[in-house]
Design a protein around this ligand. Structure first.
Ligand SMILES: [Zn+2]
Length: 345
């Protein structure tokens, strides 16, 4: 039955992705979860929430490892042995005790069919000594039907099952679903540990600046240090200034951004717009872009604060809508053309 379900999922088994230790900046929360498990009072559903790229999936994977390991190591903090059949199966993606779900498809959401399969699997009668864990990453992208399907199983959980929901924006989940979970908000609890980890990853001493620039999210700091990311940001910055300095047509600017995901582009535009707002309000010394050229400064001065706030609001609105349902080019063209009109007006 388990094998039949696995093949029905039409997906390759998912090996765990992250290192077999807890993110060092989240070790207090990790210990808290393990203690509850040891005391036998872990609920049937956990909700780990926290900002994007904090390491929530990494954290959750290690909760799974430890809960399923048959030979826990406790000499230097509790960790999975990495050698017992449970650990090995998790690492190669063949565990019959674990299922993983994440947003899929163009809209990057979790739909009802995979949730139904997961629920069915959770309800299979578990053997006396076997634990079943379902990990749902990006749980806040579940549509209503999917959330309702999951709710039923959380209301009447099978014995020895655990459902772990991971969400950047838990408020997007239906309150009925949240009320069935023990929510554990995650944050960087140990900044020195995060900085030490970051230093060893970046191989540089500016971990503190990198973490600040990544809004305190260690995994984002690593991603942002990558040359590909920096090149992409430079492309977006160039497009922004070409718009405000009238250097290229709207069509050419859109073309220059065709390889950049819309949400990445809008996020950076929002940051650049916030810089302009702060500049306009005379707080330039707090700007992350201290080295603005004279013509960039002049471009910011040409619009008043209200106009900058309007552009900022436009960007936030675009960023909030389900951009997957729009063509990137159409959204960008609309925004850039409107903004050009504002500049000229
Ligand atoms: Zn093990």
């Amino acid at each position: 039955m388990v094998e039949a379900l696995a093949s029905a999922e039409n997906e390759q088994p998912q090996p765990l992705q992250h290192a077999a230790n807890c993110p060092p900046w989240l070790s207090a929360s990790f210990e808290h979860v393990l203690r509850r498990h040891e005391q036998g009072n872990l609920p049937h559903a956990l909700l780990f929430s926290g900002s994007p790229e904090l390491g929530k999936r990494w954290f959750s994977e290690n909760v799974v490892r430890v809960l399923l390991c048959k030979n826990l190591q406790t000499n230097t903090g509790t960790r999975a042995c990495g050698e017992c059949p449970s650990c090995v199966q998790l690492d190669v993606g063949s565990s019959s005790e674990f299922r993983y779900l994440q947003p899929a498809g163009k809209s990057l959401t979790i739909r009802i069919d995979p949730i139904r399969e997961l629920v069915e699997w959770l309800q299979l009668s578990a053997g006396a000594d076997r634990y079943r864990i379902a990990l749902i990453s990006g749980a806040d992208t579940m549509n209503r039907a999917a959330a309702n399907a999951l709710l039923k199983t959380l209301e009447e959980p099978a014995a020895r099952t655990l459902c772990i929901l991971v969400a950047d924006r838990p408020a997007q989940l239906p309150p009925t679903l949240i009320s069935r979970c023990q929510q554990i908000p995650l944050t960087v609890e140990d900044e020195p540990a995060a900085l030490a980890w970051l230093s060893s990853h970046l191989g540089s001493d500016d971990a503190k600046a990198a973490l600040e620039q990544a809004c305190g999210a260690p995994l984002r700091a690593v991603r942002q240090a990558h040359p590909d990311w920096q090149a992409q940001q430079a492309t977006i910055d160039a497009a922004w200034w070409n718009l405000f300095l009238h250097k290229r047509s709207v069509g050419a600017i859109v073309e220059s951004l065709k390889e950049v995901p819309l949400t990445v582009c809008l996020s950076r535009f929002i940051t650049l717009c916030a810089v302009a707002v702060r500049h306009r309000q005379g707080a330039a010394e707090f700007s992350p872009l201290k080295s603005l050229s004279a013509e960039q400064n002049a471009a910011i001065e040409r619009l008043n604060s209200v106009q900058w706030f309007t552009i900022h609001d436009d960007l936030l609105r675009l960023h909030r809508i389900d951009s997957a349902s729009f063509k990137t080019q159409t959204v960008l063209e609309g925004f850039l053309a409107d903004t050009r009109l504002k500049i000229k007006g």
